[in-house]
Design a protein around this ligand. Structure first.
Ligand code: PMP
Ligand code: GLN
Length: 382
Protein backbone atom coordinates (compact mmCIF):
# COMPACT_ATOMS: atom_id res chain seq x y z
CA UNK A 1 0.00 0.00 0.00
CA UNK A 2 1.43 3.44 -0.84
CA UNK A 3 2.04 5.75 2.13
CA UNK A 4 -0.82 8.17 2.87
CA UNK A 5 -0.61 11.77 1.65
CA UNK A 6 1.48 13.82 4.09
CA UNK A 7 -0.13 15.87 6.84
CA UNK A 8 1.44 19.02 5.29
CA UNK A 9 -0.27 18.47 1.96
CA UNK A 10 -3.59 17.49 3.59
CA UNK A 11 -3.74 20.53 5.87
CA UNK A 12 -2.73 22.89 3.05
CA UNK A 13 -5.35 21.46 0.72
CA UNK A 14 -8.12 21.66 3.32
CA UNK A 15 -7.04 25.18 4.33
CA UNK A 16 -7.36 26.24 0.70
CA UNK A 17 -10.77 24.59 0.29
CA UNK A 18 -12.07 26.27 3.45
CA UNK A 19 -10.40 29.62 2.80
CA UNK A 20 -8.60 29.22 6.14
CA UNK A 21 -5.37 30.85 7.36
CA UNK A 22 -2.56 28.37 6.81
CA UNK A 23 -0.18 28.13 9.76
CA UNK A 24 0.34 24.44 8.92
CA UNK A 25 2.84 23.58 6.19
CA UNK A 26 6.15 25.40 6.64
CA UNK A 27 6.61 28.02 3.95
CA UNK A 28 7.11 31.79 4.28
CA UNK A 29 4.45 34.22 3.14
CA UNK A 30 5.79 37.58 4.27
CA UNK A 31 6.15 40.94 2.50
CA UNK A 32 9.85 41.18 3.45
CA UNK A 33 10.55 37.82 1.80
CA UNK A 34 8.21 38.14 -1.20
CA UNK A 35 8.95 35.49 -3.80
CA UNK A 36 12.41 35.09 -2.25
CA UNK A 37 15.47 37.28 -1.63
CA UNK A 38 15.92 39.68 -4.56
CA UNK A 39 19.62 38.97 -4.89
CA UNK A 40 18.97 35.28 -5.49
CA UNK A 41 16.00 35.78 -7.81
CA UNK A 42 18.08 38.18 -9.92
CA UNK A 43 21.02 35.77 -9.94
CA UNK A 44 18.78 32.91 -11.08
CA UNK A 45 17.23 35.05 -13.84
CA UNK A 46 20.70 36.09 -15.02
CA UNK A 47 21.95 32.52 -14.97
CA UNK A 48 18.93 31.36 -17.00
CA UNK A 49 19.69 33.76 -19.84
CA UNK A 50 23.48 33.92 -19.67
CA UNK A 51 24.52 30.39 -18.72
CA UNK A 52 23.99 26.87 -19.97
CA UNK A 53 20.79 25.10 -18.99
CA UNK A 54 22.22 21.72 -20.00
CA UNK A 55 23.19 19.01 -17.52
CA UNK A 56 25.58 20.36 -14.92
CA UNK A 57 28.13 17.97 -13.32
CA UNK A 58 26.50 15.11 -11.43
CA UNK A 59 27.93 16.17 -8.03
CA UNK A 60 26.92 19.81 -8.53
CA UNK A 61 28.50 22.91 -10.08
CA UNK A 62 32.09 23.29 -8.78
CA UNK A 63 31.23 26.94 -7.96
CA UNK A 64 28.37 25.84 -5.71
CA UNK A 65 30.35 23.07 -4.01
CA UNK A 66 33.09 25.61 -3.19
CA UNK A 67 30.51 28.16 -2.02
CA UNK A 68 28.95 25.58 0.35
CA UNK A 69 32.38 24.72 1.82
CA UNK A 70 33.24 28.45 2.20
CA UNK A 71 29.85 29.25 3.77
CA UNK A 72 30.29 26.56 6.42
CA UNK A 73 33.86 27.71 7.08
CA UNK A 74 32.56 31.23 7.77
CA UNK A 75 29.31 30.42 9.57
CA UNK A 76 30.22 27.25 11.49
CA UNK A 77 34.06 27.13 11.41
CA UNK A 78 33.94 23.80 9.56
CA UNK A 79 36.77 22.62 7.32
CA UNK A 80 35.29 21.04 4.22
CA UNK A 81 36.70 20.58 0.73
CA UNK A 82 34.46 20.82 -2.36
CA UNK A 83 35.13 17.09 -2.89
CA UNK A 84 33.22 16.49 0.34
CA UNK A 85 30.05 18.16 -0.98
CA UNK A 86 27.35 16.54 -3.15
CA UNK A 87 24.58 18.84 -4.43
CA UNK A 88 21.12 17.25 -4.51
CA UNK A 89 17.56 18.16 -5.44
CA UNK A 90 16.58 19.32 -1.97
CA UNK A 91 17.52 17.93 1.42
CA UNK A 92 14.94 15.20 0.83
CA UNK A 93 17.01 13.78 -2.00
CA UNK A 94 20.17 14.06 0.10
CA UNK A 95 18.44 12.05 2.84
CA UNK A 96 17.26 9.46 0.32
CA UNK A 97 20.69 9.16 -1.31
CA UNK A 98 22.45 8.87 2.06
CA UNK A 99 20.06 6.22 3.41
CA UNK A 100 20.03 4.19 0.19
CA UNK A 101 23.84 4.37 0.04
CA UNK A 102 24.48 3.40 3.66
CA UNK A 103 21.68 1.08 4.78
CA UNK A 104 21.59 -2.56 3.67
CA UNK A 105 18.50 -4.74 4.15
CA UNK A 106 18.26 -5.76 7.80
CA UNK A 107 20.55 -2.99 9.11
CA UNK A 108 19.18 -1.11 12.09
CA UNK A 109 18.66 2.63 11.90
CA UNK A 110 18.07 4.60 15.08
CA UNK A 111 15.60 7.47 14.67
CA UNK A 112 14.22 10.03 17.07
CA UNK A 113 10.56 10.99 17.48
CA UNK A 114 9.08 13.48 16.73
CA UNK A 115 10.51 12.73 13.31
CA UNK A 116 10.23 14.48 9.95
CA UNK A 117 7.76 12.65 7.76
CA UNK A 118 10.17 11.49 5.04
CA UNK A 119 12.59 9.66 7.37
CA UNK A 120 10.76 6.45 8.14
CA UNK A 121 9.49 5.67 4.60
CA UNK A 122 13.02 6.22 3.28
CA UNK A 123 14.62 3.99 5.93
CA UNK A 124 12.07 1.29 5.11
CA UNK A 125 12.63 1.64 1.38
CA UNK A 126 16.33 1.05 1.97
CA UNK A 127 15.39 -2.16 3.82
CA UNK A 128 16.43 -0.75 7.19
CA UNK A 129 14.87 -1.78 10.49
CA UNK A 130 13.85 1.32 12.47
CA UNK A 131 14.60 1.64 16.19
CA UNK A 132 12.70 4.64 17.54
CA UNK A 133 13.45 6.68 20.62
CA UNK A 134 11.62 9.80 21.81
CA UNK A 135 12.66 13.33 22.70
CA UNK A 136 11.40 14.32 26.14
CA UNK A 137 8.89 17.19 26.23
CA UNK A 138 8.45 19.97 27.10
CA UNK A 139 12.07 20.92 26.30
CA UNK A 140 12.47 17.99 23.88
CA UNK A 141 15.94 16.94 25.01
CA UNK A 142 17.55 13.78 23.65
CA UNK A 143 17.58 11.09 26.37
CA UNK A 144 21.11 9.67 26.17
CA UNK A 145 20.22 6.58 28.22
CA UNK A 146 17.49 5.65 25.70
CA UNK A 147 19.91 6.31 22.84
CA UNK A 148 22.53 4.10 24.44
CA UNK A 149 19.95 1.34 24.93
CA UNK A 150 18.81 1.57 21.30
CA UNK A 151 22.29 1.43 19.76
CA UNK A 152 24.15 -1.84 19.28
CA UNK A 153 26.51 -3.48 16.84
CA UNK A 154 23.49 -4.04 14.57
CA UNK A 155 23.05 -0.26 14.22
CA UNK A 156 24.29 1.01 10.89
CA UNK A 157 22.99 4.60 10.95
CA UNK A 158 21.83 7.13 13.52
CA UNK A 159 19.57 9.78 11.98
CA UNK A 160 19.26 13.05 13.90
CA UNK A 161 17.73 16.45 13.17
CA UNK A 162 19.04 19.68 14.72
CA UNK A 163 17.52 22.25 14.97
CA UNK A 164 14.53 19.97 15.21
CA UNK A 165 11.36 20.21 13.17
CA UNK A 166 8.79 20.47 14.78
CA UNK A 167 10.13 21.32 18.26
CA UNK A 168 12.89 23.86 17.53
CA UNK A 169 15.12 22.06 20.07
CA UNK A 170 18.84 21.67 19.40
CA UNK A 171 21.68 19.30 20.21
CA UNK A 172 24.50 21.01 22.12
CA UNK A 173 28.25 20.31 22.05
CA UNK A 174 28.26 18.25 25.27
CA UNK A 175 25.48 16.00 23.95
CA UNK A 176 27.35 15.57 20.66
CA UNK A 177 30.39 14.37 22.60
CA UNK A 178 28.29 11.66 24.29
CA UNK A 179 26.71 10.72 20.95
CA UNK A 180 30.19 10.48 19.42
CA UNK A 181 31.24 7.94 22.06
CA UNK A 182 28.26 5.74 21.14
CA UNK A 183 28.84 6.09 17.38
CA UNK A 184 32.51 5.15 17.75
CA UNK A 185 31.69 2.25 20.10
CA UNK A 186 29.27 0.70 17.60
CA UNK A 187 30.91 1.95 14.39
CA UNK A 188 27.79 3.88 13.40
CA UNK A 189 27.43 6.52 10.68
CA UNK A 190 25.51 9.63 11.70
CA UNK A 191 23.18 11.34 9.23
CA UNK A 192 22.40 14.78 10.58
CA UNK A 193 19.59 16.80 9.03
CA UNK A 194 20.64 20.42 9.60
CA UNK A 195 18.27 22.14 7.17
CA UNK A 196 17.18 24.62 9.88
CA UNK A 197 20.76 25.60 10.81
CA UNK A 198 20.33 29.22 9.64
CA UNK A 199 16.94 29.75 11.30
CA UNK A 200 18.01 30.10 14.94
CA UNK A 201 16.80 33.01 17.09
CA UNK A 202 19.22 32.90 20.02
CA UNK A 203 22.25 30.67 20.62
CA UNK A 204 24.34 28.98 17.96
CA UNK A 205 24.15 25.87 15.85
CA UNK A 206 26.61 23.08 16.61
CA UNK A 207 27.18 20.73 13.68
CA UNK A 208 28.44 17.23 14.51
CA UNK A 209 31.06 17.80 11.78
CA UNK A 210 32.78 20.06 14.33
CA UNK A 211 33.18 17.15 16.79
CA UNK A 212 36.51 15.40 16.05
CA UNK A 213 35.24 11.84 16.62
CA UNK A 214 32.24 12.50 14.35
CA UNK A 215 34.07 14.36 11.57
CA UNK A 216 34.63 11.33 9.36
CA UNK A 217 31.49 9.41 10.25
CA UNK A 218 28.88 12.17 9.72
CA UNK A 219 26.76 13.12 6.74
CA UNK A 220 25.61 16.71 7.19
CA UNK A 221 22.52 17.64 5.19
CA UNK A 222 21.58 21.21 4.27
CA UNK A 223 19.00 23.01 2.14
CA UNK A 224 18.98 26.33 0.30
CA UNK A 225 15.19 26.17 0.67
CA UNK A 226 15.53 27.01 4.35
CA UNK A 227 18.65 29.21 4.29
CA UNK A 228 17.14 31.49 1.61
CA UNK A 229 13.37 31.07 2.10
CA UNK A 230 13.04 29.40 -1.31
CA UNK A 231 11.29 26.17 -0.38
CA UNK A 232 10.25 25.37 -3.95
CA UNK A 233 13.75 25.54 -5.40
CA UNK A 234 14.71 22.18 -3.93
CA UNK A 235 18.46 22.75 -3.91
CA UNK A 236 20.07 20.76 -1.11
CA UNK A 237 23.32 19.00 -0.34
CA UNK A 238 25.14 16.36 1.66
CA UNK A 239 28.59 17.04 3.16
CA UNK A 240 30.77 14.17 4.34
CA UNK A 241 34.28 12.73 4.30
CA UNK A 242 35.28 11.45 0.82
CA UNK A 243 34.33 7.75 1.19
CA UNK A 244 30.84 8.72 2.41
CA UNK A 245 30.46 11.51 -0.16
CA UNK A 246 31.49 9.08 -2.94
CA UNK A 247 28.90 6.52 -1.82
CA UNK A 248 26.18 9.19 -1.69
CA UNK A 249 27.13 10.52 -5.14
CA UNK A 250 26.94 7.00 -6.55
CA UNK A 251 23.33 6.74 -5.33
CA UNK A 252 22.40 10.32 -6.26
CA UNK A 253 23.36 9.66 -9.89
CA UNK A 254 20.47 7.22 -10.25
CA UNK A 255 17.94 9.23 -8.24
CA UNK A 256 17.95 12.63 -9.96
CA UNK A 257 21.55 12.77 -11.34
CA UNK A 258 21.60 16.56 -11.05
CA UNK A 259 19.79 19.78 -10.11
CA UNK A 260 18.69 22.81 -12.21
CA UNK A 261 21.92 24.75 -13.00
CA UNK A 262 20.44 28.28 -12.86
CA UNK A 263 19.29 27.64 -9.30
CA UNK A 264 22.70 26.21 -8.40
CA UNK A 265 24.44 29.38 -9.70
CA UNK A 266 22.04 31.57 -7.75
CA UNK A 267 22.52 29.61 -4.51
CA UNK A 268 26.30 29.86 -4.96
CA UNK A 269 25.98 33.65 -5.18
CA UNK A 270 23.66 33.71 -2.17
CA UNK A 271 25.96 31.68 0.04
CA UNK A 272 28.76 34.17 -0.70
CA UNK A 273 26.69 37.08 0.67
CA UNK A 274 28.24 38.53 3.86
CA UNK A 275 27.22 37.43 7.36
CA UNK A 276 25.33 40.74 7.77
CA UNK A 277 23.05 39.80 4.91
CA UNK A 278 22.30 36.44 6.47
CA UNK A 279 21.58 38.12 9.84
CA UNK A 280 19.25 40.63 8.21
CA UNK A 281 17.46 37.79 6.41
CA UNK A 282 16.55 36.32 9.83
CA UNK A 283 15.09 39.61 11.14
CA UNK A 284 11.55 39.36 9.72
CA UNK A 285 11.31 35.82 11.11
CA UNK A 286 12.51 36.99 14.53
CA UNK A 287 9.85 39.70 14.53
CA UNK A 288 7.07 37.45 13.27
CA UNK A 289 7.92 34.85 15.91
CA UNK A 290 7.88 37.42 18.74
CA UNK A 291 4.63 38.90 17.43
CA UNK A 292 2.78 35.58 17.28
CA UNK A 293 4.14 34.33 20.62
CA UNK A 294 3.06 37.54 22.35
CA UNK A 295 -0.47 37.29 20.96
CA UNK A 296 -0.75 33.59 21.80
CA UNK A 297 0.42 34.12 25.37
CA UNK A 298 -2.00 37.05 25.76
CA UNK A 299 -4.77 34.70 24.61
CA UNK A 300 -3.87 32.17 27.32
CA UNK A 301 -1.83 29.72 25.25
CA UNK A 302 1.29 28.11 26.73
CA UNK A 303 4.03 28.38 24.10
CA UNK A 304 7.13 26.18 24.39
CA UNK A 305 10.51 27.94 24.36
CA UNK A 306 12.18 26.31 21.27
CA UNK A 307 13.66 29.23 19.29
CA UNK A 308 14.60 27.82 15.90
CA UNK A 309 12.86 26.86 12.63
CA UNK A 310 9.71 28.66 11.38
CA UNK A 311 7.55 26.99 14.01
CA UNK A 312 6.32 27.41 17.56
CA UNK A 313 4.63 24.72 19.62
CA UNK A 314 1.67 25.22 21.91
CA UNK A 315 1.09 22.93 24.88
CA UNK A 316 -2.63 22.17 24.97
CA UNK A 317 -2.92 20.92 28.57
CA UNK A 318 -0.86 23.84 29.88
CA UNK A 319 -3.18 26.12 27.89
CA UNK A 320 -6.17 24.67 29.76
CA UNK A 321 -7.44 22.77 26.71
CA UNK A 322 -8.65 19.22 27.24
CA UNK A 323 -8.50 18.06 23.61
CA UNK A 324 -5.93 15.86 21.90
CA UNK A 325 -3.84 17.53 19.21
CA UNK A 326 -5.62 15.99 16.21
CA UNK A 327 -9.06 16.95 17.46
CA UNK A 328 -7.84 20.45 18.34
CA UNK A 329 -6.15 20.94 14.94
CA UNK A 330 -9.17 19.62 13.04
CA UNK A 331 -11.71 21.66 14.96
CA UNK A 332 -9.54 24.78 14.85
CA UNK A 333 -9.35 24.44 11.06
CA UNK A 334 -13.01 23.66 10.44
CA UNK A 335 -14.61 25.82 13.14
CA UNK A 336 -12.18 28.73 13.44
CA UNK A 337 -10.44 28.74 10.04
CA UNK A 338 -6.80 28.26 11.11
CA UNK A 339 -4.68 25.34 9.85
CA UNK A 340 -1.93 23.96 12.11
CA UNK A 341 -0.04 20.66 12.38
CA UNK A 342 -0.70 18.22 15.27
CA UNK A 343 2.67 17.09 16.64
CA UNK A 344 1.43 13.48 16.79
CA UNK A 345 1.81 13.46 12.98
CA UNK A 346 5.57 13.34 13.60
CA UNK A 347 5.33 9.99 15.42
CA UNK A 348 5.13 6.45 14.07
CA UNK A 349 4.31 4.92 17.46
CA UNK A 350 3.15 6.08 20.90
CA UNK A 351 2.67 9.73 19.91
CA UNK A 352 2.67 12.74 22.16
CA UNK A 353 -0.86 14.07 21.68
CA UNK A 354 -0.79 17.31 23.63
CA UNK A 355 1.12 19.63 21.29
CA UNK A 356 0.34 21.57 18.11
CA UNK A 357 2.80 23.23 15.69
CA UNK A 358 2.16 26.69 14.21
CA UNK A 359 4.18 28.28 11.40
CA UNK A 360 4.87 31.94 12.20
CA UNK A 361 6.46 32.89 8.86
CA UNK A 362 3.48 35.05 7.80
CA UNK A 363 2.74 38.78 7.57
CA UNK A 364 1.55 40.57 10.72
CA UNK A 365 -2.04 41.03 9.55
CA UNK A 366 -2.35 37.27 8.94
CA UNK A 367 -0.77 36.44 12.29
CA UNK A 368 -2.99 38.96 14.10
CA UNK A 369 -6.09 37.52 12.49
CA UNK A 370 -5.00 33.94 13.25
CA UNK A 371 -4.24 34.88 16.87
CA UNK A 372 -7.71 36.47 17.23
CA UNK A 373 -9.32 33.29 15.92
CA UNK A 374 -7.18 31.14 18.23
CA UNK A 375 -8.11 33.38 21.18
CA UNK A 376 -11.82 33.12 20.39
CA UNK A 377 -11.56 29.34 19.91
CA UNK A 378 -9.81 28.90 23.26
CA UNK A 379 -12.42 31.07 25.02
CA UNK A 380 -15.17 28.88 23.62
CA UNK A 381 -13.38 25.72 24.77
CA UNK A 382 -12.39 26.72 28.31
N1 PMP B 1 14.25 17.93 6.75
C1 PMP B 1 13.52 18.70 7.56
C2 PMP B 1 13.67 18.56 9.04
C3 PMP B 1 12.61 19.62 7.03
O1 PMP B 1 11.87 20.37 7.85
C4 PMP B 1 12.47 19.70 5.62
C5 PMP B 1 11.50 20.63 4.97
N2 PMP B 1 10.82 21.47 5.78
C6 PMP B 1 13.27 18.89 4.82
C7 PMP B 1 14.14 18.01 5.41
C8 PMP B 1 13.16 18.91 3.33
O2 PMP B 1 13.96 19.88 2.74
P1 PMP B 1 13.92 20.12 1.17
O3 PMP B 1 12.70 20.89 0.88
O4 PMP B 1 15.20 20.85 0.87
O5 PMP B 1 13.90 18.77 0.51
N1 GLN C 1 9.06 20.66 5.84
C1 GLN C 1 7.82 21.34 5.71
C2 GLN C 1 7.15 21.44 7.07
O1 GLN C 1 7.65 20.91 8.04
C3 GLN C 1 6.89 20.62 4.79
C4 GLN C 1 7.50 20.04 3.58
C5 GLN C 1 6.45 19.30 2.81
O2 GLN C 1 5.34 19.74 2.71
N2 GLN C 1 6.83 18.17 2.30
O3 GLN C 1 6.13 22.04 7.16
Amino acid sequence: MPPPTTIFERQSRLAQELGAINLGQGFPDMPEIGHGPRALLAAAARALTERSSQYPPMRGLPALRSAIADYYAREQALTLTPEEVVVTSGATEALAAALLALVRPGDEVVLVQPLYDAYLPLVERAGGVARLIDLTPPDWTLPLDALEAAMSNRTRVLLLNTPNNPTGSRIDAATWTSIATLCVRHDVTLICDEVWEAMIFGGTHVSPLSIPDLRDRTVKIGSAGKIFSLTGWKVGWACAAPPLADAIAATHQFLTFTTAPALQWAVAEGLALPADWHDAHRDPYRHARAFLVERLVAAGYAVLPGAATWFVIIDLAASGIALDDETFAHRLLVEAGVATIPVSAFYATAPQTGYVRLCFAKDEATLASAADKLAEFRRALT
